[in-house]
Ligand binder design. Structure first.
Ligand SMILES: Cc1cc2nc3c(=O)[nH]c(=O)nc-3n(C[C@H](O)[C@H](O)[C@H](O)COP(=O)(O)OP(=O)(O)OC[C@H]3O[C@@H](n4cnc5c(N)ncnc54)[C@H](O)[C@@H]3O)c2cc1C
Length: 290
């Protein structure tokens, strides 16, 4: 009997499978891709889009076209709940999709509980489209005044963001103070030399660094650090780490410590073999994240 194969999310982990969708369609199976956007933005080039090194159309995949050109259906929607016993997916639109086999590639997000703050001047580094919105916001605001831009988070994503904000301002003759706030030691998981190179590169560019201070609280235009100091800002980037969305946990599926779908070495849910997952949204059984 022919099956309905559903792909949820058209990110990095699904791209090769999406390129080969025709293999399933040619066998007579029905294939559907569900994603909240027609496009997927490649994260490795996202910071370069922020500065303007790349144009948005140079770093994105047209995933709806990719699916439809290969005979699959595309649903612009988002999965809010998995009902494994009924083999259905509940979508944000209120619709329900039945599946025989489903594969998740829903990636990761900056947890919303991190700093309890949203606003038009505050940008989490995921989804990557936020970096385009940040670029547009900064370009508009910097014409009117000198700005204070902060980047919170001491990992590679934060470093790339700070460097590319600097480039954006340079290329557009904008004036801003850039402050990089690293809760722990800058790039603590990488060799010491990498951190030293970043420190001297930031120093040359007048990007100030605060290391070892956690952000305790955030208001619309102010962050408060755990030592009590208050730092005003016009634009903030939040790069404090990512984890899978709560979709799997909320749906009652077995998950790893961080909430990723718990899968075996064939990338199948340990509870339901017809549910697969790949990329940032999974936890591999027996392989805790480093
Ligand atoms: C600024 C930045 C730079 C980075 N640079 C690099 C780098 O240079 N090299 C590197 O290896 N890694 C880099 N990373 C990490 C990298 O982004 C992730 O590891 C990678 O994106 C994970 O790919 P994925 O396929 O799991 O998910 P993603 O590529 O994030 O794809 C997930 C997709 O699922 C969709 N989706 C999510 N939820 C739902 C839902 N409920 N329903 C339907 N669709 C949904 C999303 O819209 C998205 O299209 C970077 C991260 C950031 C933030």
């Amino acid at each position: 009997m022919k099956k309905h194969l559903v792909f949820v999310g058209g990110g990095h982990a699904h791209l090769t499978a999406l390129l080969n969708l025709k293999n399933y369609v040619d066998l007579g199976h029905r294939v559907t891709l569900i994603s909240s956007s027609d496009y997927h933005y490649y994260s490795g080039m996202g910071p370069g889009m922020l500065s303007g090194i790349y144009r948005p159309q140079e770093i994105r995949f047209h995933i709806s076209k990719l699916a439809e050109d290969r005979g699959a259906s595309f649903l612009k929607d988002s999965v809010e709940r998995i009902n494994p016993l009924q083999r259905t997916l509940s979508l944000k639109s209120g619709n329900t999709v039945e599946y025989d086999v489903v594969s998740f590639n829903t990636g990761s997000e900056v947890p919303s509980d991190t700093l309890h703050m949203t606003g038009e001047n505050i940008f989490t580094v995921k989804p990557i489209i936020n970096l385009l919105k940040a670029r547009q916001y900064i370009l508009k605001a910097v014409r009117q005044r000198e700005m204070r831009i902060i980047v919170i988070g001491g990992g590679p994503a934060g470093v790339e963001i700070a460097g590319n904000v600097w480039r954006l301002l340079q290329d557009n003759k904008g004036k801003a103070e850039i402050l990089f706030i690293s809760g722990a030691k800058l790039l603590k998981n990488l060799p010491e030399k990498v951190g030293s190179l970043v420190r001297s590169s930031f120093h040359e560019r007048d990007i100030r660094i605060i290391e070892g201070s956690h952000t305790k609280r955030m208001e619309k235009n102010l962050v408060v650090l755990d030592d009590g100091s208050e730092i005003p800002f016009d634009v903030a980037f939040i790069a404090t780490g990512v984890r899978p969305a709560s979709l799997f946990k909320d749906s009652g599926l077995a998950t790893g410590e961080e909430g990723g779908l718990l899968v075996n070495s064939c990338l199948q849910s340990v509870d339901h073999p017809e549910i697969f997952g790949g990329g940032d949204c999974i936890s591999l059984e027996g392989h805790p994240l480093a």
